[in-house]
Design a protein around this ligand. Structure first.
Ligand code: GDP
Length: 488
């Protein structure tokens, strides 16, 4: 386009089509407004309804967040154990959702994104548990306030809440402390000041009634929720009839929920952004095409020649990388300056070494050169080590900047990269038989959305078990985790 047009386009891109609020401090978070410059794939546009909902939600976070009178009142009533009236029309001005941070970085990102969507749908203030270096990894997403739960939170043991906690929603139902048939809409019914929403892989049938309309009507009136999940619960929210209208307006394209929420919420801090941009500029920027390959190896799993073969056959069959010529065959004249860059991420370096040798020791059938890169190999998964999580976050982000992406099934690390990048990945499935290479070696996913690994199997209206992958049109089972649910 003409030079006269490009500043306007650039401004549009910088704010990702209005997804991001304008005017936030650039120095304290370079990535927020620079990310668009690094994305060749501009991604999908947010709906006008989502844009205006985000601005209204930012207003709520500011009005009710830490440091405000409303926040002080709400904390005080939590400390004294009062629900602020206990009936509908609670005297408290604002309601809150505290999201616990635990497990790996991918899990934490999916949990925070899920909590944020739920907070938007129910007009709650989202506060993030600051444990596990959340502040060192992510910039503040909301203007003029903080999303970090401040010190002095009255529920001092909240990070140790688990399936046995008496205040979990499931246990309160089981013990008849809360009754869905009378409480909630009945004035005067006593509701607790807070409830623990247990939605990790340990959650019980009663905990999962969270995904029912009746239960949402009760939960709505409880001022404080503390939620723990390691999963992307968003497909479950699409099962709640009461949320469906709003979700349709927010996301006319149902396969873009994490894409938009992820790009809105998760901006690498300046330290991590340095890791991302230096690596991108040095190794990836000048390639004609970037191919990301996420090789998730679990525990002390050995170097697997089968997995290596799965990677090479997948990338060659799907035309992501060129085939190589056997020794002795005539080589194609090299196409100068035409090269593909491969970004490998893995805890191990073995796969990267093998791929790099493959494309060094053999000519390609197309004459293209292939460069292979891997930023780190941390060998083992650590929990909560600063430099470890910073590198993991940088690598997730770098994967999201590639043009084509191959991921390992089951991995939330890969889910986050595909969603941020707007990339529908080719997924390498775990082999059923460890001694053989799966056939096909990889399959194109149905959408870029993450998979919800621990969904409910329940029909709320009929009050009995049911296949939730068959209830609403856009929620179906995942390809990689067969009982999981995903949006398409
Ligand atoms: P998941 O376990 O694959 O679902 O992904 P998570 O991100 O939740 O947890 C895995 C953790 O292991 C990550 O947060 C990293 O700390 C580490 N990890 C796994 N794969 C990689 C990798 O390719 N690169 C780096 N730097 N860390 C990784």
């Amino acid at each position: 386009g003409s030079i006269l047009h490009w500043p306007a386009t650039a401004a549009h891109d910088k704010l990702l089509g209005g997804l991001l609020a304008d005017g936030m401090d650039e120095g304290s978070c370079h990535s927020r407004y620079q990310s668009a410059m690094y994305r060749r794939n501009a991604g999908r546009d947010p709906s006008p309804h989502l844009v205006s909902k985000l601005r209204r939600h930012e207003e709520l976070q500011r009005r009710c967040g830490p440091g405000t009178a409303a926040y002080r009142d709400a904390v005080e009533s939590l400390r004294s154990g009062k629900s602020g009236g206990g009936d509908i029309g609670s005297s408290l001005e604002c309601r809150y959702l505290v999201s616990i941070s635990y497990r790996g970085l991918g899990n934490r990102i999916l949990a925070a994104a899920s909590a944020f969507l739920y907070a938007m749908l129910t007009d709650r203030v989202l506060l993030i548990d600051p444990n596990r270096e959340m502040e060192e990894l992510f910039c503040e997403p909301f203007p003029d306030t903080t999303w970090l739960l401040p010190p002095g939170f009255p529920l001092t043991n909240y990070t140790r809440f688990n399936v046995d906690t008496a205040e979990s929603y499931g246990n309160m139902l089981k013990n008849k402390v809360i009754k869905t048939d009378v409480a909630g809409d009945v004035p005067g019914a006593q509701l607790p000041a807070f409830v623990f929403i247990n939605l990790d892989h340990t959650s019980t049938v009663e905990d999962k009634l969270f995904f029912c309309d009746e239960d949402q009507r009760v939960i709505r009136n409880i001022p404080w929720l503390v939620m723990r999940t390691d999963s992307y619960i968003v497909p479950g929210l699409f099962l709640v009839t009461g949320f469906q209208n709003e979700l349709d307006l927010l996301f006319p394209e149902t396969d873009t929920v994490f894409h938009h929420i992820g790009r809105y919420l998760f901006h690498p801090t300046n330290h991590v952004w340095g890791l991302v941009t230096r690596y991108y500029d040095a190794y990836l920027a000048t390639a004609q095409q970037r191919v990301g390959i996420q090789v998730r190896v679990f525990g002390a799993q050995p170097e697997s020649p089968n997995l290596l073969e799965q990677i090479t056959t997948c990338t060659q069959k799907e035309n992501l990388l060129p085939e190589v010529i056997a020794a002795g065959e005539p080589a194609v004249a090299p196409r100068h300056r035409n090269f593909k860059a491969v970004l490998v991420t893995s805890l191990k370096s073995w796969y990267y070494e093998k791929l790099k040798s493959l494309y060094w020791e053999h000519a390609t059938a197309t004459g293209e050169a292939v460069s292979v890169h891997q930023p780190s190999h941390e060998e083992y998964q650590h929990f909560g080590a600063r430099s470890h999580d910073g590198k993991a976050w940088a690598e997730i982000y770098l994967l999201s900047l590639t043009d084509k992406l191959v991921t390992s099934g089951w991995s939330t690390f890969g889910y986050v990269a595909q969603g941020l990048g707007g990339l529908t990945p080719w997924v390498m499935h775990k082999p059923e038989n460890e001694s053989a290479v799966p056939s096909p070696p990889c399959r194109r996913d149905v959408s870029m959305e993450p998979c919800f690994h621990a969904p409910p199997f329940y029909d709320c209206r009929l009050k009995r078990g049911a296949d939730t992958g068959k209830m609403v049109p856009h929620v179906q089972h995942c390809d990689d985790v067969e009982w999981g649910l995903k949006l398409k």
